[in-house]
Design a protein around this ligand. Sequence first.
Ligand code: ADE
Ligand code: ZN
Length: 326
Amino acid sequence: AGVDDFLTRLPKVELHLHIEGTLEPELMFALAERNGVELPYADVEAARAAYDFSDLQSFLDLYFLGMSVLITARDFHDLAMDYFRRAAAEGVVHVEMHVDPQAHLARGVSLDTVMQGLISASRVARDELDLSTAMILAFLRDQPVEDALKVLEQAGPWLEHFSAVGLDSAEQGNPPSLFREVFARAGQLGLARVAHAGEEGPPSYIREALDELDVCRIDHGVRAVEDVELLERLSDEGVVLTVCPLSNVRLKVVDHLEQHSLPRMIDAGLNITLNSDDPAYFGGGMRDNFAACQRAFGWSDETMRWLASNAIEAAFMDESRRDALR
Ligand code: ADE
Ligand code: ZN
């Protein structure tokens, strides 16, 4: 794609991104070298070749392995800057990043280290790239609820930097309702709530996230199409869905993009946004996700503008910034 094409120039807002999922093999190898960390891949090409997933868990295994090279605040700064520069170059103007503190704490990396690096990178992004950012404190749903509560308490000094809490990692068998108390506490602390639901898990998890976690956005939500009443509710309430098309293909949520339920979701009146999830692992950033969908579904430029606009309206950003992007 040219740097001047319609989809690159279209100002895009990313609402569903895991910052640890932006770690490209090149940087992974550079940081492994810098920190003396062993990787199980011979080289960059071997790492990319290993990114051949059969489901969410097979991805998560390599995602947690890859982040083992992130040790210092400078590593987190470099991780985020590397991504912000790529995102800005493809026309992304605002990024909301999930952060997985538990994945770092478990390796002996402190929350201070993570936050110092991500906050300094966010400042550079704003000042040098005109890219605004927000952070989402994500809980690993396959870990004990008590750990999530502990992380929320530990995040106290950094709370002003977070817009919301989120819920990610292995979905099946780990329903949203387990985290009711954690999310209620986050609400009391003034944080918004979002949760992954209906990626691999059933439509009932989407209902639970709405009813028990009081979320304002559903991350993925693609399995909502299996439940007509749920579709109607999502449409009536205008719930924002952060759909990640290339992620869904790579994690075999769907066989081919052409079979994705996105067109049906739009027909059902849902408030859809397009996002990249873990671009370093799924073979494409925001522009690639927009381009792949436009090609697969034959969407007009007007539809692409509508999708981008939905994300601007749903973002955790100052009203002055939102006005500037409208
Ligand atoms: N963590 C990073 N990417 C994820 C995804 N797509 N689903 C659940 N947890 C994740
Ligand atoms: Zn995700």
